[in-house]
Design a protein around this ligand. Structure first.
Ligand code: SF4
Length: 220
């Protein structure tokens, strides 16, 4: 991809009208170039933020994932999928977090070949100091419109990229086609027990909002 000079991506003297004219003439694609540059800069900054409290970005991301993942997803395999990392890399991350007392690993009672990972109390306490809260504060100070537009745009971008790279999607029950499928309907009423159509197991309300490795989006 040819590199566009920074001054062309963020021209200080062009009005919106001039930018549109330039795009129509095929001179530059300002939005795409801007988004790439912004994501690159944000990615670098957020990575730098996360070298604190003796942890690195992958270790923080692991703690965050474990705090949000449901019972089917708190495994090294699901974590590797989520992080886009190899099992060996994930194993090293978990060994390090375990040695710091932040996660526990144990054999699953239902299948002794599988390992379940959980956050310890110290791991949960560590998340209260999550350095990404700096970003959270900055986003909270935006207007609702601006925050909403960011969520929509970034979500579309992530989904598109995951689709192109054939990366596994993680999602929550309410958006999953497997949610209560055995009853022949996508959603439950308040009185019915919520259930996973894939495993047949009953789900607590809180679990329906957790990330799932088995999630199936409607369009898949
Ligand atoms: S309904 Fe879907 S998202 Fe929920 S636990 Fe089952 S497979 Fe996962």
């Amino acid at each position: 991809m040819p590199i566009t000079p920074y001054s062309d991506i963020f021209p200080t003297c062009q009005t919106d009208g001039q930018m549109i004219d330039a795009r129509q003439q095929g001179e530059i694609s300002p939005n795409a170039q801007r988004v790439i540059l912004l994501l690159d800069r944000l990615g670098r900054l957020t990575r730098e933020l996360q070298f604190v409290d003796g942890l690195n970005p992958a270790q923080w991301e692991t703690l965050r994932f474990l705090a949000q993942a449901n019972r089917y997803s708190r495994t090294p395999t699901a974590l590797a999928e989520y992080l886009g990392a190899t099992k060996g890399t994930v194993s090293q991350t978990l060994i390090s977090l375990e040695s710091k007392g932040l996660v526990d690993r144990c054999k699953k009672t239902c299948d002794r070949r599988q390992v379940a990972i959980t956050l310890t109390e110290a791991g949960e306490a560590m998340l209260h100091r999550d350095p990404m809260r700096t970003l959270e504060k900055a986003i909270c100070e935006m207007t609702a419109d601006c925050g909403g537009a960011l969520v929509t745009g970034l979500s579309r971008l992530l989904t598109e990229l995951q689709h192109r790279r054939e990366v596994m999607h993680f999602g929550v029950c309410e958006d999953c086609t497997m949610f209560c499928k055995e009853h022949g309907k996508p959603k439950t009423t308040n009185n019915e027990p919520k259930r996973c159509g894939m495993t047949g197991e009953t789900l607590a309300d809180g679990e329906c909002l957790q990330l799932c490795v088995n999630y199936k989006a409607a369009a898949e």
